[in-house]
Design a protein around this ligand. Structure first.
Ligand code: SF4
Ligand code: SF4
Length: 73
């Protein structure tokens, strides 16, 4: 399995640890540890962008090759 190129940044200053991103991630790549979300399994992440869209705090930034985010919304 090839890890997609790109950036997946979690802003620990904005994150409130709600866990929604971990719940929606289809690949279980995110875990909330000590009240902060972290990409604990980056090799599982396919840069789908779902977590970025769902985070109400704007704490996640997903970009890069392999992204199939729907930009038309
Ligand atoms: S959805 Fe956003 S605020 Fe909630 S745990 Fe994930 S990164 Fe943090
Ligand atoms: S971009 Fe998709 S696969 Fe990667 S951590 Fe977010 S929801 Fe999971």
């Amino acid at each position: 399995m090839v890890e997609p190129k790109g950036t997946r940044q979690f802003d620990t200053g904005r994150c409130i640890g709600c866990g929604v991103c971990a719940d929606v991630c289809p690949n279980e790549a995110i875990e909330v540890i000590n009240g902060v979300a972290a990409l604990t399994h980056p090799e599982k992440c396919e840069i789908c962008g779902i977590c970025e869209e769902i985070c109400e705090q704007g704490a996640i930034k997903i970009s890069g090759e392999g992204s199939d985010k729907d930009e038309t919304k």
